[in-house]
Structures are given as C-alpha cells and as structure tokens.
Design a protein around this ligand. Structure first.
Ligand code: ATP
Length: 297
C-alpha cells in the first residue's frame, strides 16, 4: 500500500508542479491521467525517490520513504518517460549488468531471472541483438524487463505507450496487466484508453491537483445520463460552446459531433449517449477550466 499525503513540489523557477497531492494506492494497476504539464512526471520521479518534494509525506507499507529512500529503492521498478541512452550492447548483457546494479549478485539466480524476463517480455529471440537497434516497442518491453529485475513490490511506468503502434501497445498492455495482479503498478499517461483497459483505480491530475479519484467504472456510471450528442456544422460550434457545456468535439466522417454535459436534453436534436471514460476525462478538464471543481466517487 502506497500512501501519499499533502505532497507539494515548487521548482526553483516558481512553477508549482504539485499542490498538496493526497492519494492512497492499493495493489493492482493504478492509472494517473492528466494533460501535458499536469505534474505526472514530477509525481512519478518523486515516488521513485529521484527528487525530493518541497513538502509532504510518502509511506510505503507504513514506512516513510522520504526519510528512508533505500527501503523503497530496494523494491522499486521504474520505467521513466525517457529511458535514456541505448548503448551498443546486447539485450542480454545489458539486463545482466542492470541486474547486478539492482543487487541480484548470485550468478545462477541472475541468469535465471534475466532469461525469464527476456521470455516474459518476448525479447528472448533477440537477446543477442544490440538494444540500440531495437524498435520503440521493443525498447519499451526492454524497459519493463529492467523494471521487473529483483521482484519489485512497486512499479512505476511513465507514459509507456506513447509512440507505439496498436499491436505493440496491445502486447505491452498484456504484459502490464499480468504484472499488476499482486503488486502496486502506477501507470502515468495522457491516453485515456490505456487507463480504461488496464486500471481498477485511477486519478486525474490537472495543474498539480488531484481533480478526480475512483474506479473507472464507477466514474463512468456516475456520468451516465448526463452526456448528450449532436452532429453540427463547424460554424455552429461557437454558438453551442457559448450556450452549453461542450466537453468535447469529435470528427466523424468529416462532420463534427459535440458531447455536451447536461442533466436534461439540452435542446431538440440532442441524443442521449452512453458515457465513457473519455467523457469523464473531458468533463473533468472542462470543469477545471471553468473552475467548478471535481467529483469524488
Ligand atoms: N526541473 C524542472 N524545473 C522547473 N520546472 C519544471 C521542472 N520539471 C518540470 N517542470 C514544470 O512542472 C510542470 C509539471 O511538469 P511534469 O513534467 O511533471 O508534467 P507532466 O504531467 O509529466 O507533463 P508531460 O506529459 O508533458 O511530461 C510543468 O509546468 C513543467 O514545465
């Protein structure tokens, strides 16, 4: 169990990237969703003990990890947004080297673990190829393999599927959901679909604040009956934006469909629509932009 209490981060240039973030994260997959610049990476780096917050507390299994970062480091797997340099060294040798750094010192145990992880991430066939020749998807899978070294109890993955093609993304999702059954996995992303497919709990972070927290299904349920669709022409959009809560627009075969948040049919011609997680996300963004606050479910 990971407990985050009143975590704030103000950078030396005055940017307040986190504003008193409080969250409880249980075993399973937790999705942290937010637009670019929301503070997701700041939160992920702070949880990974790579930077210290300005204020606040983080407990992992009731141990204070800001006071004792080593307690967490020993059981942490981290896949950063930028994995950094990919050296001209084979996947096997790099993973073996990283395993030593992670403290897997026993040779036979290390060999078993490295081989098992290469199998699990579907990289065994290419284990002797240099990682700098890997595609984006292979690199991400290698990133997960290194994050899993040493049987971590907490895994943090920061925007893992950006730039992956649908097949690789699918493969990566399957891999994550296998891992996320018993341990805490935090997935930070701006892709709503990733959270919908994988996570049993989620939070939306906007401008450094948690605006919404709960289970994706319940959050969607709470919005049902309040989403209305209408096909309009592009020229009509400003009119609707002025008179209604237009949370999103979507192009369908070149035509514009608007999604409106309302308790009742806003006007003739609007059809009731089944809410989905994108509506939850866009409604939260809309409410933030119009400063109406969020809902907690
Ligand atoms: N080292 C830093 N010094 C100063 N400002 C920073 C630093 N790192 C991040 N920021 C600022 O803090 C805010 C949050 O950034 P952060 O990278 O945590 O957001 P994010 O949600 O991960 O965004 P993205 O999805 O674009 O990576 C942004 O305004 C960013 O410019």
């Amino acid at each position: 169990m990971l407990t985050i209490r009143n975590l704030s981060q103000t950078y030396p240039n005055g940017v307040q990237a986190l504003k008193s973030v409080t969250l409880d994260i249980e075993p399973g997959m937790f999705g942290l969703l937010g637009p670019n610049g929301a503070g997701k990476s700041t939160l992920m780096r702070t949880l990974a003990t790579l930077q210290e917050p300005t204020h606040g507390q983080i407990l992992f299994d009731n141990k204070d990890i800001l006071q004792n970062p080593n307690v967490l480091r020993q059981c942490l797997g981290y896949l950063p947004q930028e994995f950094g340099v990919y050296p001209k060294i084979s996947a096997y040798n790099l993973l073996d080297h990283l395993a030593v750094l992670k403290g897997v010192l026993h040779k036979k145990e290390r060999k078993e673990q490295v081989e098992a992880l290469l199998q699990q991430t579907n990289l065994y066939q290419v284990r002797n190829k240099s990682v700098n020749t890997f595609s984006g998807g292979m690199r991400q899978r290698f990133g997960i393999a290194q994050a899993l070294l040493g049987n971590p109890q907490l895994i943090i993955v920061d925007e893992p599927t950006a730039g992956l093609d649908p097949e690789e993304r699918n493969r990566f999702h399957n891999l994550l959901s296998e891992i996320g059954e018993n341990i805490v996995v935090i997935l930070s992303t701006h892709i709503v679909e990733d959270v919908r497919q994988l996570c049993s709990k989620m939070a939306i972070l906007i401008a450094g604040e948690i605006k919404l927290y709960g289970s994706p299904n319940k959050l969607v349920e709470a919005l049902n009956g309040n989403i209305w669709h209408k096909m309009i022409s592009k020229e009509q959009l400003p009119h609707y934006q002025q008179s209604m809560q237009v949370i999103s627009t979507r192009l369908i075969s070149g035509k514009t469909q608007i999604a409106v948040l309302a308790d009742y049919q806003p006007e003739l011609g609007f059809e009731p629509a089944e809410a989905d997680l994108e509506d939850v996300y866009f409604a939260t963004l809309y409410q933030h932009q119009h400063e109406k606050g969020g809902v907690h479910v």
